[in-house]
Design a protein around this ligand. Structure first.
Ligand SMILES: [Zn+2]
Length: 105
């Protein structure tokens, strides 16, 4: 059986994201998150989703940093993200799943 305590932990992460962008509808927020994971999340276990949500919170914080400085760097190791095209960046260190993409613009 899945741990019911995960529900509050996961909802807190969603609350953190939604509070940053209160104009988003919940459906938009969840679709944006699905785009961020680049996965069909149907069969993804919640511990993985929880870790992706943590990564999503970090990415949103980095987007805010990007808007101020024009660059993305990993907050943990300071390695810059690879620029894939004008609007898309990819993490290039061990702290993030390399399948993740960060889009701006
Ligand atoms: Zn890093």
């Amino acid at each position: 059986m899945r741990d019911p305590k995960r529900i509050k932990r996961i909802l807190k992460l969603i609350e953190k994201i939604w509070t940053k962008y209160p104009d988003l509808r919940l459906g938009q927020l969840l679709q944006n998150f699905a785009g961020f994971t680049r996965k069909d999340n149907w069969n993804v276990e919640d511990d993985t989703t929880e870790s992706f949500l943590k990564g999503y919170v970090d990415m949103l914080t980095m987007q805010e940093h990007f808007k101020k400085t024009g660059e993305f760097v990993c907050f943990k190791c300071k390695i810059p993200f690879k620029k894939l095209d004008k609007h898309t960046f990819q993490p290039d260190c061990k702290h993030y799943n390399k399948d993740l993409r960060l889009s701006v613009g």
